[in-house]
Design a protein around this ligand. Structure first.
Ligand SMILES: [Zn+2]
Length: 420
């Protein structure tokens, strides 16, 4: 949650950003060997006051530094000021007055708060942030993103962006762009009626926000930052928001509203830890056609990716031929599998129909033979595998498609001829 309080003091604008972090069901605090009394720890960019053990404090500083390297690289602005952060295991360990009274409520609630205060004159600003966080994994990182943004840009952006990106900072892994938020977030999103983009972006910025709202903001930011169709525009949009340049989500993505809404819902419906938003990016440029009598359409389907264009537009009830040449693997050291799939049906070539931003149920296609179109639409194909396990897949399938009544049938793929 964000609170903006602006007061005019002798012509100067006093600016304060306060951010409360979510209280999640997983926030039961660990009671571990707490070293008594808060101590100070320093690293290149951080001054950490904490009552956790030396070992954990050093470990936390490492995580904070690597997160900061990532976000400052992402936004293209090195951190210039020490970030002061209080990480509290047990409030009883802290002398009265040591913690800003404004932060006590958030800490008691199992969250965090970042307070940035300073002066702003026109475009110039001088902000100093202090972050407060419970020890729960992710909270200090989340608050540190707010502190970095406040001190570097003088603001943290609109709530959906500020909180969505702070949550991303808490989960970011430079070597792994897959979904790695808490399992409770995945469960919550999967069982909820999806919030619309408009609800996330244009909801009133009020205090008393919930971890549920953080989940939606994170989901939107994660998608926009990773999906190949939107990520190029997302970073400049964010920077412009942080620098309060004239821009908005609608201005940047308005022309792609239908596509974003479709991919956003698709992302939510398939959300699980390990999902790769980049590999599921939709190919909006692909052209689809209804083949003439004896023409065939050819596509290459990558085992690693989500639904990919077959280039065939089908009509409900009509019959088509398919011939899928090649093998792929659905595990790092797995056996090569052809488009018929293994004994459990994994690795099988599957299809789905896209029509006017609606998807059919997926259906089996396989290696060779005929299928009847279950509806009208563009046919997309993929290698059947768990959505969170796509990354270790390898191989391309060459897929030919033709009308079933074509005079010349499609050739059998080599994999079938060899078996005969
Ligand atoms: Zn926050």
């Amino acid at each position: 949650m964000l609170v903006f309080v602006r007061r005019s003091v002798f012509g100067l604008l006093l600016f304060l950003v306060a951010t409360l972090l979510m209280v999640s069901p997983a926030s039961a605090q660990r009671k571990t060997e707490s070293a008594t009394g808060p101590r100070d720890f320093r690293s290149k960019n951080f001054l950490l006051h904490t009552d956790i053990t030396d070992e954990r404090a050093k470990d936390l500083l490492k995580k904070l530094e690597s997160m900061l390297t990532l976000v400052s690289k992402y936004w293209g602005q090195p951190n210039r000021k020490t970030i002061e952060i209080f990480v509290v295991e047990d409030l009883n360990n802290w002398a009265q007055g040591r913690i800003d009274p404004r932060a006590i409520g958030s800490l008691r609630g199992g969250g965090g708060l970042t307070i940035a205060e300073g002066v702003r004159l026109g475009n110039a600003f001088n902000m100093n942030a202090k972050s407060y966080a419970v020890t729960r994994e992710g909270t200090p990182l989340h608050e540190a993103v707010h502190a970095y943004c406040s001190q570097t840009f003088g603001r943290t952006g609109p709530v959906w962006y500020s909180e969505g990106m702070a949550e991303m900072g808490a989960y970011w892994d430079p070597k792994d762009p897959s979904v790695n938020c808490g399992e409770y977030i995945v469960r919550y999103i999967r069982k909820s009626e999806p919030k619309t983009l408009n609800e996330i972006i244009n909801s009133p910025e009020t205090t008393g926000d919930s971890w549920q709202n953080y989940a939606w903001r994170w989901a939107l930011c994660h998608l926009l930052a990773n999906n190949e169709n939107y990520r190029k525009r997302f970073r400049p949009l964010g920077l412009a928001l942080l620098q309060k340049k004239k821009t908005s989500f609608e201005r940047v993505y308005g022309s792609m509203a239908k596509e974003i809404s479709f991919e956003y819902l698709f992302f939510l419906n398939h959300l699980e830890r390990g999902l790769r938003a980049d590999l599921c990016s939709w190919d909006w440029k692909a052209k689809y056609a209804r083949p003439r009598r004896n023409n065939s359409l050819l596509s290459k389907i990558n085992a690693k990716r989500g639904w990919q264009p077959s280039r065939l537009r089908v009509k409900k009830g009509e019959e088509y031929q398919v011939s899928a040449e090649g093998t792929w693997k659905i595990a790092k050291n797995g056996e090569p599998i052809n488009a018929a799939g293994d004994d459990d049906g994994n690795g099988k070539l599957f299809g789905i129909l896209f029509d006017d931003y609606e998807l059919s149920e997926p259906f089996e296609i396989g290696i060779y033979g005929k299928f009847t179109a279950p509806g009208d639409g563009d046919l997309l194909l993929r290698c059947k595998d768990e959505w969170h396990e796509l990354i270790d897949n390898t191989g391309l399938m060459t897929v030919r498609l033709k009308r079933a009544d074509a005079p010349t049938p499609l050739p059998k793929p080599k994999q079938l001829r060899d078996a005969e």
